[in-house]
Write a protein that binds this ligand. Structure first.
Ligand code: CTP
Length: 410
């Protein structure tokens, strides 16, 4: 496909994401004319427009200083502007929408993973500094609304290929590895062979060690939030990005999984002895960190006892081992180890424990003479006897409690 002119981008923005964006863009266009600045729609916005995908946000590039442009529109509109002066970029925010505006620039990375030093430049500089050819196309917001594609992004979009623009790309910014997997899986594109080799070399040179835990975590969260996470995770493991031995497990389906299980599911594809190493690489929120710790704990309990559990099939023993493990952790283990004998046993156990509902509560136990400190012990006894099918009614529970209180319990 060849595109020379797209017409005024405001028209397609209006049809694809609505009037609010179109109106804000009109104001930007007006300000650009007043200030005699050239402004381009760039990056993912152009890519998604060409692909006919839903537009989520808008990226603009100004030839000159973006901060001057945003100051001009703030004179007339009720908007919030967040400026990043060092990089001459800004985000325009209204109650409902956001537009990112950058100053066209070239970037120099003094060392891998560093924040770049920038020099204001022209459109070509600005397209060349970007991650992939498919994200390096531009459409002018000034008449005649020219479509600019000096790096052949359009050809790659047609062929379905992800291609970097220079061989230092992943060393400069290792987050691009994750971006590459996201785009390849999102659009079902192939990774161009030279790009593949460059990625492998950068990974072999441990390029990821130059970025912070927080950035790494952020990139991983984006992968886990992709609609096609499965394929992105497959890339992640096959490229051995984290430097941890693992094997992609196609039976684990991220697309249908609860959000809170995703980190554990990802970790489960790595070898067990490296779980702690996986955990240490990220800076996780409390909920995900706890989920991982509980999972590691469950794995070590099962590893220590699996032979006994499988031989004896003693549900009481299993209950005592697993009673402190949250249900979601058991679910996660089942999901990540489909079809193993231990999981079948675990599923049986979960089915039985789900059915157990004692007739007596804590207060009933106290009224029957149980010491407060022994309530949980007595409850364990009642649950185990119920699980084993030895008791099933309130009166049988009461009898056990009375025997216990009288020291007759076995
Ligand atoms: N970009 C880059 N290198 C990065 C991050 C971003 O070159 N590490 C450039 C790309 O041109 C990208 C643009 O900045 O298109 C905007 O970045 P971002 O909003 O993160 O990406 P989108 O392309 O909008 O992708 P997504 O759909 O995932 O939001």
């Amino acid at each position: 496909m060849e595109i020379r002119s797209t017409g005024n981008p405001i028209h397609w923005v209006r049809t694809q994401i609505g009037d609010k964006y179109a109106e804000l863009l009109s104001e930007i266009q007006r300000a650009a004319i007043t200030l005699d600045l050239e402004v381009f729609v760039v990056g993912g916005t152009v890519r998604d427009w060409v692909l006919g995908k839903e537009l989520k946000d808008i990226d603009l590039s100004v030839i000159g200083d973006a901060l001057v442009l945003v100051d001009e529109i703030s004179k007339t509109l009720d908007i919030t502007i967040v400026k990043y002066k060092k990089f001459h970029t800004a985000t325009i925010k209204t109650a409902e929408i956001e537009i990112d505006v950058v100053s066209a620039r070239s970037e120099i990375y003094n060392y891998g993973g560093a924040l770049p030093e920038i020099t204001l430049g022209n459109l070509n500089d600005d397209l060349r500094r970007r991650d992939f050819s498919i994200n390096a196309m531009a459409i002018s917001m000034n008449t005649p609304y020219e479509f600019m594609d000096p790096l052949k992004g359009m050809t790659d979009l047609d062929k379905g290929i992800i291609r970097i623009l220079h061989d230092q790309s992943f060393i400069d910014d290792p987050t691009r590895l994750f971006r590459m997997f996201r785009y390849a899986s999102r659009f079902d594109f192939a990774i161009e062979s030279e790009t593949c080799r460059t990625a492998e070399t950068a990974i072999a040179e441990n390029c990821l060690t130059t970025i912070s835990k927080e950035r790494l975590t952020h990139e991983m969260v984006l992968i886990l939030n992709e609609p096609n996470t499965d394929s992105a995770v497959k890339y992640l493991i096959e490229f051995d990005v984290l430097g941890i031995p693992g094997v992609y497990n196609p039976l684990i389906l991220f697309s249908t999984m609860k959000q809170e299980l995703k980190w554990v599911a990802l970790m489960s594809m790595y070898e067990k002895k490296y779980y702690e190493m996986f955990f240490q690489k990220f800076s996780l929120d409390r909920q995900n960190a706890n989920a991982i710790k509980e999972f590691i704990n469950l794995c070590s309990i099962l590893d220590d006892n699996d032979a006994d559990l499988l031989n004896e099939m003693d549900i009481g023993r299993m209950y005592l081992l697993l009673k402190g493990i949250p249900r979601i952790t058991l679910d996660a283990y089942v999901m990540c180890n489909i079809n193993t004998d231990l999981v079948k046993l675990l599923q049986q156990y979960m089915m039985y424990t789900d059915r157990v509902k004692l007739n007596l509560n804590g207060m009933d136990l106290i009224n029957l003479g149980v010491d407060k400190n022994q309530i949980s012990e007595v409850i364990d006894v009642l649950i185990i006897k119920t699980l084993k099918g030895e008791i099933s009614s309130k009166s049988e529970e009461e009898l056990i409690v009375v025997q216990y209180v009288n020291g007759l319990n076995d």
